[in-house]
Design a protein around this ligand. Structure first.
Ligand code: CP
Ligand code: NVA
Length: 309
């Protein structure tokens, strides 16, 4: 059972879970969403720190609510108010915060920075987004796919746009769950090569497929799920990105015509309306983005339950 592996453990990336364990976690999230969390208080008397080195709406609020629902006390910390912004190391910060808190949810820059924090910390650390990955987002995304498509095997998910942290985690999740993942990005903006190679191994193990391509129309062809994210992520500068080349990757009504009739459209949010996705599609009948955002809460409740349960 997955709860033994996650129990008292860090959750820094999806690498730590095999396909069955990931599926168990997503199914547990669905169960908790349907049945509610009444009486389930694994965080009773526990204080969970939520440290944000970048802005956040969904992750911060959904973790804060999840911790409270599970009987714990969330404590939100922003970088600007902390000594890390005046030069204290991330490791020293992790070491000290572990003396007050029972767990830490951290949004930061490099994955190595998160790993330094986690190595110094003596309590479980959860990745709330790094430049490399966003595993909690991928948990909610898989919960959304399960709700709308009923299963994972053979479901075609086409991700269009920047091969960023969200794309990296989606590739890991999808290839561990037997899905057909296609990532179409402008040249030079493909997902992390090392993670693509890693996911190639998951394809062999779990019978999934992964195509990295540059043609958005081909990628969208017969897709069950179309997914996009912002073209400029937190910590990046618009002037450093070839935004002209991104334009043909916009998720719009015309592109949707290539997908299956029952395609669902996903976006981790926040969206830049009229940039990577049109308002017509974001607000249209295929969009499931608000359920997807809600699912951050349910997925994290399941995750926290397994770590602290
Ligand atoms: N999707 C997501 O992580 O949103 P926030 O940046 O608002 O937390
Ligand atoms: N790729 C985006 C995701 C935000 C939730 C970023 O890193 O800013």
């Amino acid at each position: 059972m997955v709860k033994h592996k996650l129990r008292d453990s860090d959750f820094l990336s999806l690498q730590m879970l095999d396909g069955d364990e990931l599926e168990d976690l997503v199914e547990e999230a669905l169960r908790l969403k349907r049945e509610g969390t009444k009486g389930f208080k694994p965080l009773s008397q526990k204080m969970i720190g939520i440290l944000m080195e970048k802005q956040s709406t969904r992750t911060r609020v959904s973790f804060e609510v999840a911790v409270r629902k599970l009987g714990g006390y969330p404590l939100v910390m922003s970088k600007g108010d902390m000594q890390i912004s005046t030069g204290e190391t991330i490791g020293d910060t992790g070491r000290v915060l572990s003396r007050y808190l029972d767990g830490l949810v951290v949004r930061t820059f490099g994955q190595d920075r998160l790993e330094d924090f986690a190595s110094a910390a003596s309590v479980p650390v959860i990745n709330a987004l790094t430049d490399e990955s966003h595993p909690c987002q991928a948990l909610a995304d898989m919960l959304t796919v399960l709700e709308y498509k009923g299963s994972f095997a053979g479901i075609k998910l086409a991700y269009l746009g920047d091969g960023n942290n969200v794309a990296n985690s989606l590739m890991r999740a999808g290839t561990k769950l037997g899905m057909e993942i296609t990532i179409a990005s402008p040249e030079g903006n493909e997902p992390d090569r090392k993670i693509v190679e890693e996911c190639g191994k998951y394809c062999e193990l779990y019978g999934s497929t992964l195509v990295i391509g540059g043609d958005p129309v081909e990628a969208a062809d017969d897709a069950d799920v179309i997914y996009t994210d912002v073209w400029v992520s937190l910590g990046e500068k618009a002037e450093d990105k070839p935004l002209e080349q991104f334009k043909r990757f916009q998720v719009n009504y015309e592109l949707l015509q290539n997908a299956r009739d029952d395609v669902i459209v996903m976006h981790c949010l926040p969206a830049k309306r009229g940039v990577e996705i049109t308002s017509e599609v974001l607000d249209g009948s295929h969009s499931v983005v608000w359920d997807q955002a809600e699912n951050r809460l349910h997925a994290q409740i399941a995750l926290l339950g397994m770590i602290f349960g």
